[in-house]
Design a protein around this ligand. Structure first.
Ligand code: NAI
Ligand code: CS2
Length: 493
């Protein structure tokens, strides 16, 4: 039996179900990217506000590229899905009811997606499409005009495929119809995610019509957000556990994440918003210090653990946490090499680091190092390289970060420490393969990968201190492996 309006009453009593009248909800938000994260984060915040305060803001969920099944599943079950909170000894579950509609661009057609986005009552378009979805160059935060899908959208603006293309076309149609614009809110893990979104949207609009670009610039806001909740990709085991929570009812659209959640939002909305602060979100004027803190302390240490962990044979983050050398290294990285680079004020960063390590220890999560390791070419900049730039400028130490970068190089070289092939998932995978195949497994490999200016810019490959440190770390990984290289970091503590 499937989760649906009909089966809600058969769920075990401890499962929280929508207590508000779902018929009163209005579709005022379109969310692009109905992946695991959105379900366990923004949708839950919205569901809490609806439950506690009768807020009537509902979602139309849209997937543009991939995720066909998720949309089909949602439609099959009256737009209901469950979100489990998993700790090592306790699970709790709520069924989220704030979704009213769902569409897939390839199945329902892009025209239908644009029709919803151009309804007068749509006030917010929110986004979780992974870093790849923005079609941007991480080293400059600007649009990648060589991206084949962006080229497609320039040539076929009325039938766009990319996130920037869809937003530009929807805004053009609203302008044409004399409608107010909507707010565009990115919830992806990028520094100044609002700024990146604005950059790519404006750049694409300029390719099309300068007046349209000026109208967007003058009328649309792109608030930045800091989003945090660890939500691993659902596995068959998680699915089974969710089914157990639901008393035997199946929910293929269900997800499970950690109990912790945080959302800091720049309060800059052109057409209103739900009172997310009533569900614990923090509305601020400047998100940047929070984003920077989270991206460097959490995501930076996550990527460090993911690359060094995967090479060593640790398949999940909690396994890395059982190796004392990895715990010490992650803490040193956070406190000595990331916290020191931050602008955030009034946060106890030691306590923040310890809280992160506790979250990583959650044995209920089973967060794959492989999942975190993917798309490294779009993650390294904000997670490690910006901090390295800070240290180079200030003459301070960055041995853990250098090992992290070298571990990424070792990882994309395609073989782990046990000699097993690695399936490297990255939008630049072909280029990475080529650079690896055409270089010897020594300093040549490092220099070859550093030639990726989209990732490393022009400054880092020309900085002898940086290059030397990464080469040393790379050779250590090659010669003594990840576990020993992490252990040897103890010399610097
Ligand atoms: P997911 O793999 O479950 O979902 C990815 C979503 O992005 C899908 O809806 C897919 O249709 C869409 N997508 C992928 N490539 C696209 C493209 N090129 N163009 C348009 N849409 C595309 O991933 P998940 O877990 O939902 O994470 C998504 C993003 O959310 C992450 O990349 C990160 O930026 C952010 N995030 C995730 C957290 C997590 O723990 N899962 C926590 C904090 C932020
Ligand atoms: C992870 C993040 O997959 C990754 O790259 O580092 O998704 C991480 O789990 C979240 O940012 C936590 O909020």
């Amino acid at each position: 039996m499937r989760l649906s309006n009909q089966t809600l009453s058969q769920l075990p009593e401890k499962v929280v179900i929508p207590s508000y009248d779902r018929n009163n909800l209005k579709t005022k938000m379109v969310h692009l990217g109905f992946g695991a994260f959105h379900r366990a984060h923004q949708a839950v915040f919205t569901d809490i506000v609806a439950t506690k305060h009768g807020c009537n803001w509902g979602y139309c969920e849209v997937n543009l590229i991939g995720g066909e099944k998720q949309i089909a599943d949602l439609k099959e079950q009256d737009y209901l899905f469950s979100v489990c909170e998993m700790s090592y000894d306790n699970w709790s579950t709520r069924v989220v009811g704030v979704v009213k509609e769902a569409l897939h661009a390839d199945i329902d057609g892009i025209a239908k997606v644009l029709e919803v986005m151009t309804r007068p009552e749509i006030a917010i378009v929110s986004i979780t499409v992974t870093e790849k979805g923005y079609c941007y160059l991480p080293s400059t935060a600007s649009i990648d005009l060589n991206n084949p899908l962006i080229k497609h959208d320039i040539d076929n603006p009325a039938t766009p495929k990319t996130l920037p293309g869809v937003i530009v076309e929807a805004l053009r149609m609203r302008k044409e119809k004399g409608l107010k614009p909507f707010t565009v809110m990115s919830c992806d893990n990028m520094p100044e995610n609002g700024h990146v979104t604005r950059n790519v949207v404006l750049a694409l609009a300029k390719q099309r019509d300068r007046n349209l670009a000026s109208w967007i610039d003058d009328n649309v806001t792109f608030p930045s957000t800091m989003v945090d909740r660890i939500v691993p990709a659902v596995t068959p085991e998680t699915m089974e556990k969710i089914k157990k929570q639901l008393g035997g009812i199946e929910d293929p659209a269900g997800v499970a994440g950690e109990p912790f959640k945080q959302w800091v939002i720049e309060d800059n909305f052109v057409a209103g918003r739900p009172d997310w602060q009533k569900a614990g979100a923090e509305l601020v004027t400047d998100v940047l210090p929070y984003e920077e803190m989270k991206l460097r302390m959490l995501n930076g240490s996550h990527s460090f653990l993911a690359y060094l962990g995967y090479l060593a044979g640790y398949l999940h983050i909690d396994e890395c946490m059982q190796d004392p050398s990895y715990v010490k290294a992650a803490r040193h990285l956070m406190i000595n090499e990331q916290a020191t680079t931050l602008r955030v004020k009034g946060v106890d960063l030691q306590a923040y680091a310890d809280c992160l390590l506790d979250r990583y220890r959650n044995t209920g999560l089973k967060h794959r190092t492989w999942q975190i390791a993917m798309d490294g070419t779009l993650k390294l900049s904000q997670r490690m390289l910006d901090s390295i730039r800070f240290h180079l400028k200030n003459g301070t130490q960055f041995d853990c970060l250098a090992l992290g970068v070298a571990a990424w190089m070792r990882y994309v070289s395609g073989v782990d420490d046990a000699g097993k092939a690695i399936e490297v998932s990255d939008p630049m995978a072909d280029k990475l393969k080529e650079l690896v195949a055409n270089s010897n497994d020594n300093q040549e490999r490092v220099k070859s990968l550093l030639s990726l200016s989209q990732v490393f810019g022009d400054d880092l490959p020309n900085n002898p201190c940086f290059v030397e440190k990464v080469i040393k770390a790379y050779l250590s990984l090659r010669d003594i492996g990840a576990k020993q290289s992490v252990k040897q970091l103890e010399r610097i503590y």
